[in-house]
Design a binder for this molecule. Structure first.
Ligand code: BDP
Length: 713
């Protein structure tokens, strides 16, 4: 009997343990808003200093969201939830605007320089913490900033920090389709459950809004740039409006991608010619209809005359005719048009890297002032590394917004760890020399009348949002850099690790180290030395540098690497396509000269002989092999570093990451082997002595097919 009781007891204990393990298992859903308990002393201190949160004045939905977040965050960090008070006693966190500042603080707290969205965190009277801002959204941002400060080990005492965003529009672009598939999405389905909208609002939408507000994102384009006309019908506007209602308290405006031929396709007009009065009228009425449902609608994002999408050129009109027509439609409502410059044409035989500049530069000064031209960071297409797009700074009379890709279409999808902070930072820090030295892309963007940064989202229905734990960092880093384009990718990684994985200093240092090396590793094992676009056709998964038989020349990897028996690389100097002429003279000089071209762009701008000796002392061929080997080795190092963290990261996420790193190493080796097998066959060079030969003959790599690779439209 006693034995049975004991056995039941043990059984119950095991059950309870299992249950708690499950309850506390980390699945990544909480992102960087985990609010795990602080260490003992800090926890007690916070508990004492934050017993109340108070926000005098009208309790708007935004203010309520800020208070709720503070309660949630402090509850987690301090182990006890503060109460929400009307006035500010001691031991309180107080949210104030100029008109709600308590009497005794009047004249003592400056709101200067905070603008509409900025905030100030300030300790006052030794026992209160102020979150000060000019608007409720500023207070929400300040609340998140305070929680970030606490989550990363900061204290309330002596706090005095002011911040204001340096770009107006900090936007996500979802490439989400009405059927819930996501173009280049690797994190499940679209988070927008279109079918159940507008009647059912998934709780996830609110968590999406919280996460975005926490990093300052204030706009979201709900649907794919390869847009469907139906998105502009009443039925779909209602769905967008329902989402806008959820996002509004968090300061996030909704935008839609617009299909240029929509009026014609929906049967309302005979044409989509932007100069046709009926067409113009349709768009104006459509804008009225949208704004009636979504009063703060942000505007339209348009991909026109690119990759088969309709556009004004179908009617002999220009990009400006098209953009300005839409701009006129949204202007009465304060909306804008984001017109994409990602264009290349099947009828244009010139270097693809030159085509966007060639089409858009002559249009400078002709766009309406509520249009911004959205330019990808590089002249081709979101490659692991590209030089900066020549359009940055080249259109002084036109607003330009930069577009980055957060989803890793060309960087191994979600199973490869590639922290994109360094990629974004590299672009933003590039000196364009437009109008003199020091004109970095970041500075140019910040000076635009309509300033902004757009990121192609990596968010989906997967429990962990981004398909992998580490890919959350790319969403986070994008937001932080959109807030401050001059922030450091490494600092951002460090704060993300502290909030996402652990506050242990050694863990932070090791994981940050992995992240900071990760993108370069991908460059090395995929497309080193300035190579680009060697990925498999269509899905862009895995290596396929040999492909040279696709209908359009610029779809072929062989078009980009130009390897032959003599050498490798794309001559974009004056002897070749002369793409360098599109850059400001100092940059053109730097890139165009074999002696000064940065080594990471050598093969982007130059065709070089296999046997040429580089400053490293290696020949071009040996250098290529060296990079591929270095990339594979770097993944091995990441795996070992991660393995060493076992027990210091929660088991579920530890295992997920371990599995993905194993996949990455396998695929890095595959990339290296396939590319070396191919380039050896083209160059006729033998691998340098001591180099491991590819595991299979070239034909084996060429035979691999992936009809079910994800994210492919
Ligand atoms: C490319 C993608 C394609 C997108 C296109 C775009 O492969 O799916 O539609 O960019 O940005 O990178 O429009």
């Amino acid at each position: 009997m006693a034995n049975r009781t004991l056995r039941s007891l043990v059984f119950l204990l095991v059950m309870a343990w299992g249950l708690s393990a499950r309850v506390f298992a980390e699945d990544g859903y909480d992102l960087w808003l985990r609010y795990k308990p602080l260490e003992d002393a800090a926890r007690a201190e916070l508990h004492k200093a934050a017993q109340q949160v108070a926000a005098p004045g009208e309790r708007t939905p935004t203010l309520q969201a800020a208070l709720d977040e503070l309660v949630r965050g402090i509850d987690g960090l301090a182990g006890q939830a503060p109460t929400i008070a009307e006035s500010a006693e001691s031991g309180a966190i107080l949210l104030v605007k100029p008109d709600t500042l308590p009497e005794h603080l009047k004249g003592k707290v400056s709101f200067d320089g905070l603008g509409g969205d900025g905030y100030r965190l300030l300790s006052v009277d030794g026992e209160r913490t102020l979150i000060a801002a000019n608007s409720d959204i500023g207070l929400l941002y300040g609340s998140f900033a305070l929680l970030r400060h606490l989550q990363t080990g900061g204290r309330l005492e002596g706090l005095d920090v002011s911040e204001a965003p340096r770009l107006q529009r900090r936007m996500l672009n979802h490439w989400d389709n009405p059927d819930r598939t996501v173009e280049r999405g690797y994190a499940g389905q679209s988070i927008w459950d279109w079918w159940k909208l507008p009647d059912h609002l998934d709780a996830r939408y609110t968590d999406y809004a919280r996460a975005n507000a926490s990093i300052g994102i204030n706009g979201t384009v709900l649907n794919n740039v390869n847009a469907k006309a139906e998105m502009l019908t009443a039925r779909w506007i209602a769905k967008a409006a329902a989402l806008a209602n959820v996002l509004r308290p968090y300061g996030i405006r909704v935008y839609l991608s617009a299909r240029f031929s929509a009026p014609f396709e929906l049967g309302a007009t005979e044409t989509a010619d932007p100069l046709d009065p009926a067409v113009r009228n349709w768009w104006a009425k459509k804008a009225d209809e949208i704004y009636a449902a979504i009063p703060d609608f942000g505007g339209f994002l348009v991909k026109a005359n690119s990759e088969g999408q309709p556009g004004p050129q179908d009617y002999g009109r220009s990009h400006t005719d098209g953009a300005n027509m839409l701009a006129a439609a949204v202007r009465p409502h304060g909306g804008i048009v984001l017109w994409r410059a990602f264009v290349y044409s099947e009828t244009d035989a010139s270097d693809r890297a030159k085509q966007a500049y060639a089409e858009f530069k002559p249009l400078d000064g002709r766009f309406a002032d509520n249009v911004t031209v959205q330019v990808k960071n590089g002249p081709i297409d979101f490659q692991p590394r590209e030089p900066i797009h020549p359009l940055f700074g080249a259109m002084p009379e036109t607003s330009v917004t930069a577009e980055f890709q957060i989803t890793k279409e060309y960087l191994g999808f979600v199973t490869h760890l590639a922290y994109l902070g360094p990629l974004y930072e590299e672009v933003l820090k590039t000196d364009t020399f437009r109008g003199g030295a020091g004109q970095t892309a970041a500075k140019l963007l910040m000076a635009e009348p309509l300033s902004g940064l757009a990121g192609v989202a990596n968010i989906g229905s997967d429990r962990n949002w981004s398909g992998s734990h580490f890919d959350q960092a790319n969403w986070y880093a994008f937001g932080r850099l959109a807030w401050d384009p001059e922030a450091s990718a490494e600092d951002i990684a460090r704060e993300w690790v502290a909030m996402t994985f652990s506050r242990d200093r050694e863990v932070i240092a090791k994981v940050t180290g992995m992240m900071m090396a990760s993108r370069e590793a991908v460059v090395d094992y995929m497309t080193p030395m300035g190579l680009a676009h060697l990925m498999g056709t269509g899905h862009h998964y895995g290596p396929a540098p040999w492909v040279d038989d696709l209908a359009r020349p610029e779809w072929n990897p062989a078009y980009y690497h130009r390897a032959d028996a003599g050498g490798i690389g794309f001559d974009r100097t004056a002897t070749g396509s002369d793409a360098i002429a599109q850059y400001a003279a100092p940059l053109a000089g730097l890139y165009g000269d074999r002696q000064t071209v940065p080594p990471e762009f050598l093969l982007w701008f130059h065709h070089v002989g296999w046997d040429e000796t580089l400053p490293s002392g290696r020949t071009v061929w040996a250098e290529l092999v060296h990079h591929y080997d270095r990339g594979v080795a770097a993944v091995g190092t990441m795996r070992r570093t991660w393995a060493g963290l076992e027990g210091r990261i929660d088991p579920a996420r530890f295992r997920d990451v371990s599995d993905f790193l194993a996949i990455q190493e396998k695929e890095a080796i595959w990339w290296r082997d396939a590319c070396l097998a191919y380039f050896a066959s083209v160059s006729g060079r033998a691998l340098p002595p001591g180099t491991r030969p590819p595991a299979h003959p070239l034909s084996w790599y060429q035979a691999q097919q992936f009809p079910y690779a994800p994210g492919h439209p």
